[in-house]
Design a protein. Structure first.
Lengths: 112, 116
């Protein structure tokens, strides 16, 4: 069955430090890949998405993600984290049907 | 720009009551999705509609039903509510054309349902 794995449940970084959130997917072909962010009590905001082409995707708020087919990964990165980036981050795929399948999420905590 | 509108934003119901959530998709979007997110959980797909017809079904309990109306808004009806139904319910929309081709799926801010 198609699945999305986010191995890190909780990550803590200092403000200004770099960030990488991991995401692996399990699917026979290359799915459509997404990263969403959810602030406490808020809805889901799309950070970026990958469909095809350049494997390094730029998103909003200074985030980027790199698709690596050989590793079935789509890790999210940011070179310098801001306190306002503290939130829950969800990796998601559309594996060929028309619905999103979410990973379990990674909670990011940022210390000053 | 118009976003996905959900109402009510917060709802408190007692066990065994009925609740109805409404969703107004982005104009000209033809597909609506419903997701349920329990406390500390990832969003789980419930059901979707394309052009007012059910297009896919996920882990939606039999006590729940949904439909999409002629104006494309959608309603999620939940009956015989249980404590475990307390969750954040998201509606999302996209212009999928009936077959997903990479269009962004936009989410509303969600409706908080608390069952007491």
């Amino acid at each position: 069955a198609q699945s999305v794995t986010q191995p890190d449940i909780h990550i803590t970084v200092s403000e200004g430090a770099s960030l990488e959130l991991r995401c692996n997917y399990s699917y026979g072909a290359t799915p459509y890949l997404f990263w969403y962010v959810q602030s406490p009590g808020q809805g889901l905001q799309l950070l970026l998405k990958y469909f095809s082409g350049d494997t390094l995707v730029q998103g909003i708020k200074g985030f980027e993600a790199e698709f690596k087919r050989s590793q079935s990964s789509f890790n999210l990165r940011k070179p310098s984290v801001h306190w306002s980036d503290a939130a829950e981050y969800f990796c998601a795929v559309v594996p060929g049907t028309d619905k999103l399948i979410f990973g379990t999420g990674t909670r990011l905590q940022v210390f000053p | 720009a118009a976003g996905v509108i959900q109402s009510p934003r917060h709802l408190i119901k007692e066990k065994r009551e009925t609740a109805t959530l409404k969703c107004y998709p982005i104009p000209r979007h033809d597909t609506v999705y419903w997701y349920q997110q329990g406390p500390g959980q990832d969003p789980q797909f419930l059901i979707s509609f394309y052009e007012k017809m059910q297009s896919d079904k996920g882990s939606i309990p039999d006590r729940f039903s949904a439909q999409q109306f002629s104006d494309y808004h959608s309603e999620l009806n939940m009956s015989s509510l249980e404590l475990g139904d307390s969750a954040l319910y998201f509606c999302a929309s996209s212009s999928s054309g009936g077959r997903y081709s990479g269009n962004t799926i936009y989410f509303g801010e969600g409706s908080w349902l608390t069952v007491v």
